[in-house]
Ligand binder design. Structure first.
Ligand code: 13P
Ligand code: MG
Ligand code: MG
Length: 390
């Protein structure tokens, strides 16, 4: 029996020719650091990937959630990659490292963090094997997982396992975070299926509310899901790049199966993000280590499936779910959906909501225009002020 923490920490610290992908040199530095951390037993295991311009560390260790040594290791690793990015003239070097030197835990300092701690027990009656999925998204906010997670944990139309598995039929507790709360975390716990409509009322607004965690209501109330749900604009006070969230989902047995969890991604649901983080576009499932090169930065998501031995070793092999041919038709459909949608340009819902845009330069443009507004005498009048003659 062993306590294992799964930590996924991701940051954008620079990329080639725009917000596309980190350089091979940056990735090599990060891989070397992870290898070294495994050999000096800071980590049980670690795997390095990128999705678009974000570098992700997927790690196992025995130090629990929010462990300062692990968070500092990730921070220092991103700093080294930043140095390389600066040296080679990469775009946006150090973009997501928003504070000077975070003490301990780096949650709220810029990088996306998702973590779950559990007991790995090959003799366990309920969970003799540990399988899990990690999602890595680029060019979108943390609410991007609202639609798929609601579908998986609340809707048997998407997840037949809710009807077929007696342990899943006990339901789940969703922890939803109010991402507008800047100083303290505001969270609400809702038991589903009893409160799916209450959950829906909140999740309708993915710019403000996101599912942060899901726990089973069967037996030991194990944590199934963790999502990095922090907003960079709350930390920086302005738009500095999109949040680009990661998510961990433990799968199989008493939890949803990977094939149920990836099903909602066939839709290409609309998310806030893409170009300048200021538009609405469908999210496309792609292979791991894909660069962003589409028009308006079509938001991307990758999904890796892992198994873990009794010592937390997982990285020797994995399954790249969205890299499979089964997703080719979905990708084409989503590309076409995006093209249709983009024809509307900036008018209304194709651009992000005004709450989101309030961290961008449009605020200054609106303030300038504000000065030119005049109040017309009568409400019903159609008289226009005569143009001033020089
Ligand atoms: P990232 O958040 O992935 O850096 O993208 C920012 C952006 O503005 C793309 O247009
Ligand atoms: Mg970037
Ligand atoms: Mg990014």
């Amino acid at each position: 029996m062993k306590k294992i923490t799964l930590s996924v920490i991701k940051a954008d610290v620079g990329s080639i020719g725009g917000h596309t992908k980190p350089s091979e040199k940056m990735l090599a530095i990060v891989r070397e650091r992870v290898k070294d951390a495994v050999s000096r037993q800071l980590l049980f295991d670690g795997y390095v990937s990128h999705t678009g311009d974000d570098i992700a560390l997927t790690m196992t260790h025995g130090r629990g959630n929010d462990a300062p040594e692990i968070h500092q290791f990730a921070w220092e690793t991103f700093l080294l990659a930043t140095k390389e990015a600066q040296k080679s003239g990469m775009y946006g070097a150090g973009q997501d490292l928003l504070v000077d030197a975070p003490a301990g835990n780096i949650r709220g300092a810029g990088p996306a963090v998702a973590e779950i701690t559990f007991t790995r027990d090959p003799q366990s009656k309920d969970r003799p094997a540990e399988a899990f999925l990690v999602f890595f998204a680029d060019k979108c906010g943390p609410g991007a997982y609202n639609y798929p997670l609601y579908s998986v944990f609340c809707d048997p139309m998407h997840d037949g396992g809710l009807l077929l598995n007696a342990k899943m039929r006990k339901g789940f507790t969703l922890t939803i975070i109010d991402m507008d709360s800047k100083d303290n975390d505001r969270i609400i716990s809702l038991d589903v299926p009893e409160r799916i409509w209450d959950a829906a009322v909140l999740l309708q607004n993915p710019d403000r509310f996101a599912i942060e965690a899901v726990h089973s209501r069967f037996a030991s109330h194990e944590q199934i899901a963790s999502v990095s749900a922090t907003r960079l604009h709350n930390i920086a006070g302005k738009y500095t790049g999109k949040d680009d969230p990661v998510a961990i989902l433990r799968t199989q047995g008493m939890f949803p199966a990977p094939e149920e969890i990836v099903e909602p991604f066939m839709l290409g649901h609309f998310v806030t993000g893409d170009a300048r983080g200021s538009h609405v576009m469908p999210i496309m499932p792609v292979a791991i280590n894909t660069a962003v090169a589409g028009p308006y930065c079509l938001p991307l998501v990758s999904a890796l499936g892992f198994s873990m031995d009794a010592n937390g070793i997982f990285s020797t092999e994995y399954v790249d779910f969205f890299g499979n041919v089964a997703w080719d038709a979905t990708r084409l459909k989503i590309q076409q959906k995006a093209e249709e949608w983009r024809k509307q340009g900036f008018i209304g819902p194709t651009m992000a909501s005004h709450a989101e845009l309030s961290y961008t330069g449009i605020v200054d443009a609106l303030a300038e225009l504000e000065k030119e507004f005049v109040t017309r005498g009568g409400k019903m009048s159609t008289a226009y002020p005569s143009p001033s003659v020089a």
